[in-house]
Design a protein. Structure first.
Length: 114
């Protein structure tokens, strides 16, 4: 159900927040999550009223490519609450840079120079 809704976000960005909020609970869904997804299917676009406790932590993620191959990716909720979009971007950039430095060290251990 979430996959079908994620496909719709390309043409319906107004429901993207609600769908992404529901997608966070795919690993261990509950009845309230299923009901929220059904409400979205019926046109209800605000998952806040479906019983979720929304916190202000942002979800961020990165992907690292080596040439044209994807070698690392992640998506997670940030550990702290940011007060602005700029701060969210800085936190995501710092996380990405630390992953890149780790990958660079690993490649150096294998004798590859960048």
């Amino acid at each position: 159900m979430i996959g079908s809704l994620l496909y719709l976000t390309a043409t319906r960005p107004d429901i993207q927040f609600a769908i992404c909020l529901c997608a966070r609970y795919q690993a261990s869904p509950r009845t309230s999550h299923r009901q929220a997804v059904k409400r979205i299917f019926r046109g209800f676009s605000d998952a806040d009223h479906a019983g979720y406790r929304i916190n202000r932590k942002s979800t961020s993620g990165t992907c690292q490519l080596l040439g044209t191959s994807l070698v690392s990716w992640f998506s997670h909720k940030q550990a702290s609450v940011a007060f602005s979009i700029t701060e969210v971007e800085y936190i995501a950039a710092a996380s990405c840079c630390s992953q890149l430095l780790s990958m660079k060290a690993t490649l150096s251990d294998f004798g590859l120079k960048l």
